[in-house]
Design a protein around this ligand. Sequence first.
Ligand code: AMP
Ligand code: GLY
Length: 432
Amino acid sequence: MMKVVLVGNGAREHAVAAELAKDAELYAIMSKKNPAIAHLSKEYWICNIENPDAVAAVLKGKQFDLGFASPDATLAAGISDVLEAHGMNVASPSKAASRIEWDKSFLRNLAEKYHIAGAPIHKVTGDPDEAASYITDLGEVAVKPLGLTGGKGVKVSGDHFASPEQAVEYAKSLIKKDGSVLIEEKLIGEEFTLQAFCDGSNIALMPPVQDHKRAYPDDKGPNTGGMGSYSTGILLPFLKDSDIEQANKIIRDTAHAVKKEGSLFRGILYGQFIVTKKGIKLIEFNARFGDPEAMNVMSLLEDSLSNIFISMADGRLKKAKFSDDTTVVKYLVPEGYPENPQKDKPVNIDNAALEKTGAKVYYAAVYETGNRIYTTSSRSFGMAGRARTLEEAEQIAEKACSCITGPLWHRSDIGTRKLIQSKIERMKSIRD
Ligand code: AMP
Ligand code: GLY
């Protein structure tokens, strides 16, 4: 049996681990013990997974056939390179290739140099006066730090800035802190995620997914890591075939551009797209699976993930087969999340009732002490329903949420017909 080592310990990694463990011998390197990943693994080790020396020390004297490093900060720390140096096949991007995620100016420059479609009007600057006049010219903007911020550093006019002056102030504060800032036109439309396996040259698309970043029902409130997501086969209800074709081309062209720059992108290319009046625009690329989006697509995969990973490492990736079923993922989060989460609280999991629902449960930022599971300050469990129809998948996820009790809550509107209908109508009015 193939020996595979996975680096990471969130719900996204649990979804990956569950697929790998189907036909490979799984080993895990985690920063904190994820009880579910530990259960799926033949052996696991705990270390700082953002520290190359710590991971190298764990690997010493051990042999694996395949490695996959998953979280963004782990990739940015060069952990794929550590796996590769240890002499195994690697299906996650090198530090150099994952730069498309950890350096936003690199991505925008790459798109400019290779004439890749979909870039918003933008400027990277370290000059406070230039930033101020650019923001005044554009009016409505998104202001972004260039590096990784866990999705929390981006601020947008209307959502976070009540006036251009506030945007200027934020841009200046980022220049002071980081030396430069990315300023973009504000894009208006519906966002979607399109992920692809990539071997450096070939890509294989996964079904599109829509995540819900806002904390509260009806997409209100502060941004979070993502409160839940849904997929409905090869298209989302507000998308057209041509939207996916444009997004597909942007992903393909980006992979080829990275190659032309001298580093192969082997791994998961995650495109965050937005459908605007003027067509598809690219918000960002990530060099990894999305969280929660991984839970949607992994539960639909009909090919062996370990075989796909090997073909990515070898540079002979072909198509990946997915069911066209519908999926709905709802994140159970601690009460008070994201602002004031109730951490270190025990929760009760009714496994027998869960099994009856048919849902899959993915463990996120929880820990186990004395046979009990406790919350932390981050998201707790991803509850995934899969069915032929949206209504059934949503109900499965919803029922599953009621099987875990404790100081937890979730957005019960995610995946409902009402919320999705409002997105369809919004998109229609933007396109018209
Ligand atoms: P990012 O960290 O780049 O994914 O941005 C986080 C969120 O900010 C995105 O999911 C969007 O909702 C929003 N955002 C980023 N860039 C823009 C933009 N140019 N216009 C409007 N919203 C944006
Ligand atoms: N769901 C958003 C992300 O993984 O970046």
